[in-house]
Design a protein around this ligand. Structure first.
Ligand SMILES: C[S@@+](CC[C@H](N)C(=O)[O-])C[C@H]1O[C@@H](n2cnc3c(N)ncnc32)[C@H](O)[C@@H]1O
Length: 478
């Protein structure tokens, strides 16, 4: 039977924070040894069209990916893109969470991702998600469950009540979206100065208006909306034999470690660091009116360390998306991030990371002392750098037979406006001649043959520089 997700398609997006690499990095920081990504077996629960998995499959051809979703039309679109890209290391299936464990052997997935589903399904399905993870997660595996969290979710519940009231009796999806947006616009435009609650509603309304309208249809107006507290989710995971590891969001990673003097023995937790961590994280959620969480879980037997040791960065690679602004003598990331480093050695290291971008440098060779590793860990938590468990799975310069990611070539053939980079970001390229060039670089043709294929569309002498620029956007494979 078609679901609401068949009637109104949910937009497909790449989520960096659900990348198995992030799961592996957090596990490594906790002293665990997660399975190598290059050969990992990855499962995504309720994957929608499966774009997340397709992008991973293009970057890690030796790894295996499986995804399923109840919406058969979403799976069909994903399958069409998979076939067009020729990605034979990924399988997508139309399946219900409650029946999904049957064909899966116990412990057969190293990484499991359930993003954007847990808080939008009824309780038996939520229990089904945890049971499936408990069944399918490998001994050293890591799983991610994201959900709208409490107490922030109470505010969203108030917004939802208002919106459901405004769309009451409307059945046509477009008309529903229109009525909801009209109310949000009115609330966002209202002068709420001096009135704390109305100001909050104004800000929430403006934020929801920024979402894709089909996201609004499902996330705010969907049949089920059940935000969860961290404690509730951790208790449900426990039932399934899973233990809380931490959060995949940069800014929360530090919360999941105990400071010196803050260890479990010093608080009323019977000396149990795990309980101390959960108590602390839940308190912070209340304090910060937490709205969303991306909780990570490991098997009950795993014993994550709760002491932050900067030397655990040793086996990792580091990268940044920041650039250097010479005039201001600072590093910039988009419009919001500015980084001014006082320490000359830190600055020199950061320059090397920027110069290598989007490539990655091995921490072991680059950041030698523990003190500076600690400082880079702070930069990771602030989102200024990223950490990885593998070198870049893409080329930074093209060779004799340049090869665009097969997924990107299929996206170009399907006229998708956004292209999936091999570092899991998305990129819009409008210029038809550049798209034609990327499509022609199929790994079979030499540069001269590519020149003939795009003759009259792309100047021959600009082909290699343009493909090298594409490589610097993580679009090319080695
Ligand atoms: C909000 S969407 C998120 C999709 C995708 N994970 C993402 O983050 O873009 C929720 C997804 O859960 C799927 N879903 C809901 N109930 C399900 C069930 N019982 N079994 C499998 N998938 C389900 C829907 O079809 C939909 O694709």
């Amino acid at each position: 039977m078609p679901t609401t997700y068949d009637k109104v398609a949910y937009p497909s997006v790449l989520f960096k924070r659900t990348h198995p690499e992030r799961l592996a990095v957090v596990a490594t920081l906790h002293g665990l040894t997660p399975p190598p990504l290059e050969t990992a077996r990855v499962l995504e629960i309720a994957c929608g069209e499966g774009l997340n998995l397709l992008a991973l499959a293009a970057a890690y051809p030796q790894a295996r990916f499986e995804g399923f979703d109840l919406a058969a039309s979403a799976i069909a679109r994903g399958e069409a893109l998979r076939a067009a890209a020729g990605l034979d290391n990924v399988t997508l299936a139309a399946r219900d969470i409650l029946e999904a464990s049957q064909p899966i052997a116990p412990g057969s997935f190293d990484y499991i991702v359930a993003h954007g589903v847990y808080a939008w399904v009824p309780e038996p399905v939520r229990a089904g998600i945890m049971a499936l993870i408990g069944h399918a997660l490998a001994p050293h595996g890591v799983a991610l469950v994201s959900y709208n969290a409490l107490p922030g979710g109470y505010f969203r519940l108030a917004m939802r009540d208002m919106l459901l009231h405004a769309v009451d009796g409307i059945t046509d999806p477009d008309a529903k979206i229109e009525a909801a947006r009209a109310l949000l616009q009115e609330l966002a435009d209202r002068d709420s100065r001096g009135h704390v609650t109305l100001e909050l509603i104004r800000e929430f309304s403006a934020e929801i208006l920024n979402h894709h309208e089909r996201v609004l249809f499902h996330d705010e107006l969907g049949e089920v909306y059940a935000p969860q507290s961290l404690s509730q989710v951790v208790a449900a995971a426990k039932q399934a034999g899973l233990n809380y590891l931490g959060d995949s969001e940069h800014s929360r990673i530090e919360q999941d470690f105990l400071e010196a003097g803050e260890d479990g023995a010093n608080v009323d937790d019977g000396g149990d660091p795990q309980r101390a961590i959960l108590r602390k994280a839940q308190s912070l959620d209340y304090r910060d009116a937490c709205l969303f969480r991306m909780s990570l879980f490991v098997r009950n037997e795993a014993r994550p360390s709760r002491t932050l040791d900067p030397d655990r960065l040793g086996p990792l690679w580091i990268s940044t998306v920041m650039t250097y602004d010479e005039e201001a003598d600072e590093f910039l990331g988009g419009t919001t991030k500015h980084l001014n480093l006082e320490d000359a050695e830190m600055k020199a290291i950061f320059h090397r990371i920027v110069a290598a971008s989007p490539g990655r440098l091995p921490v072991a060779d680059l950041i030698l002392d523990t003190q500076r590793r600690r400082m880079f860990l702070k930069l990771f938590m602030a989102g200024h750098v990223d950490l990885h468990t593998t070198p870049a799975p893409f080329a930074l310069e093209v060779g004799a037979q340049p090869r665009t990611s097969p997924l990107v070539r299929a996206e170009i053939a399907g006229e998708h406006p956004r292209l999936s980079r091999l570092d899991h970001w998305q990129l819009s390229i409008d210029q038809a001649h550049l798209r034609a060039l990327l499509a022609a670089a199929d790994g079979q043709r030499t540069v001269a043959e590519i020149a003939r294929a795009v003759d009259g569309v792309f100047p021959a002498d600009e082909i290699v520089p343009a493909l090298n620029a594409a490589a610097r956007k993580a679009l090319m494979l080695a």
